[in-house]
Design a protein around this ligand. Sequence first.
Ligand SMILES: NC(=O)N[C@H](N)C(=O)O
Length: 275
Amino acid sequence: MTKNNTYYAPSGGMPPQTQLLSDRAIFTEAYAIIPKRVMTDIVTSLLPFWEGMRMWVIARPLSGFAETFSQYIVEVSPGGGSEKPELDNAAEAVLFIVEGEMDVTIEGEKHPMTEGGYAFLPPGCRWTIRNNGDTPVKFHWIRKAYQFVEGIEAPEAFVTNENNIAPIMMPDLDVWSTTRFVNGTDMRHDMHVTIVTFQPGGVIPFDETHVMEHGLYVLEGKAVYHLNGQWVEVEAGDFMWLRAFCPQSCYAGGPGQFRYLLYKDVNRQMPFIRP
Ligand SMILES: NC(=O)N[C@H](N)C(=O)O
């Protein structure tokens, strides 16, 4: 398959003192926008048991913010990585590489990954990570507390690359496609992390208003997104959090394709809030 996709990756640094402060960050009850310019050196975090890493936390479970997932953009220097990356046995994860290369070892088997590389790591899976290259690697790490269901096994780990998977077109529309990494009817999976692609001028033609929570990281291009009645311009490198039921639609602005990495929680009963 031809590789014509690009992936935005932040590179940190600090804006000069001469730059204007105004930017596009928005935080509301229904959605948040973290624009690309925010990913500077001074807003990074570190984690225990990792070497040569820093990360931008772009979503975390918090009252009034993400409820079902956390999302990090992780940067690992050459030689860096972790033998103990995940400390929570119930956490499942997707890793998606936006720059560089790394090796992920799952249950003792080493998987080299490059840009567009995608790994699914089920809860309790034993995995490690190492940048054996000579340039930094940058990847998204999306984590969710897996919702076990009696009688259904947790899914197995897999590693692939988006360029090995044919995107699925929306019915009757050749301007909007989704690259799916798991079968939508596979009830073992309680989260989907997909890549949504719009050709220039493509739209979500109505305000989707649904129970699934979203994280959207714009990998490529630009668009205007309609979020809870407000129009916001977004471009490659921006992150959007959309609360469950946040009305959402968009126009892809061109001149190239508009693409984003999309998180959503799926396939589970709606828990009751009991008195
Ligand atoms: N904002 C979105 O891209 N939403 C998707 N159509 C979705 O919910 O799958």
